[in-house]
Write a protein that binds this ligand. Sequence first.
Ligand code: FAD
Length: 279
Amino acid sequence: KGLSLWEAIKNGFTKVSGKKLKTLADEFIYPPYGIGQLSDNFKEGIEEAGSSVMTGTKVVKVNHENFHVSSITVDNNGKQYDIEGKEFISSVPLTHLAKMLQPAAPADILEAASKLRYRDIVIVTVMLDREKVTDLTWLYFPEKDMPLGRIHEPKNWSPYMAPEGKTHVVAEFFCFKGDRIWNSSDEELTSITVENLEKLGFINKNEVIDSYVVRAAKAYPLMEVGYREPYEKLVQYLKNFKNLRPIGRGGLFKYYNMDRAMESGIEVAEEILGKKVLE
Ligand SMILES: Cc1cc2nc3c(=O)[nH]c(=O)nc-3n(C[C@H](O)[C@H](O)[C@H](O)COP(=O)(O)OP(=O)(O)OC[C@H]3O[C@@H](n4cnc5c(N)ncnc54)[C@H](O)[C@@H]3O)c2cc1C
């Protein structure tokens, strides 16, 4: 939306004078029962069209010959089997895709893959016996001594995100798998969250009625100094596979939001159908 740093600074002053603010998002559309409704509806559409969606099934190998993928090996509850296909579209993290190739990718490609990192995330939800805490969509905490990176209150996105008279605040801890935050117990993480929310004046400890912790690996592709060279090397190598197309945020190692991640899937589908030529 063209929100520059200068615009943001000007906003700081115009806010006082009461002029209209320009922000990243004035309003947005959100599914009443949460973002999972999008994938539920996709699944329904795919099944109505006579195809199927398999969940709880992990791709463990991408089998190929002369840069042509013939099948993938999947693991479902310890049971492994192959699925053949003509076209393969992958949204698994790019680095992981390279490591799943069978026969294995050359050593320098695997080395390039190991140089690219993702940032992981721990999410702590605190359920509260209160109608509402804030009127905010997101709130960021850049302070070094504040362990929470960001909070949001889903009820501000849709009133159906919590029962009447209750709400929940979701805290995000940006971290690396295996570090102190990632390895903390659910109880420790909940207690850090509650303590800090109370210190910030948002909640009282005695309002907390429940909590839930989720650890999500590879949440953010990490564009750190020096990432470009191994990234280009990996992408160029994977381009040799004409019937294997990476898409999405982790799959393309791009800092995409949901709209762009989905669009990247639509684009390759159109390419396969011969409606579009991608670079
Ligand atoms: C905390 C947080 C908040 C965000 N908020 C917003 C927001 O408000 N708005 C917005 O537009 N975007 C937001 N995003 C970004 C958004 O989540 C991503 O852009 C989007 O999910 C990317 O979709 P994707 O399909 O590319 O990847 P993903 O949603 O990551 O899907 C990849 C899938 O592949 C699966 N997978 C991985 N390996 C394998 C394997 N070997 N076999 C089978 N499956 C595998 C994973 O389990 C995962 O389900 C947020 C992201 C985070 C982390």
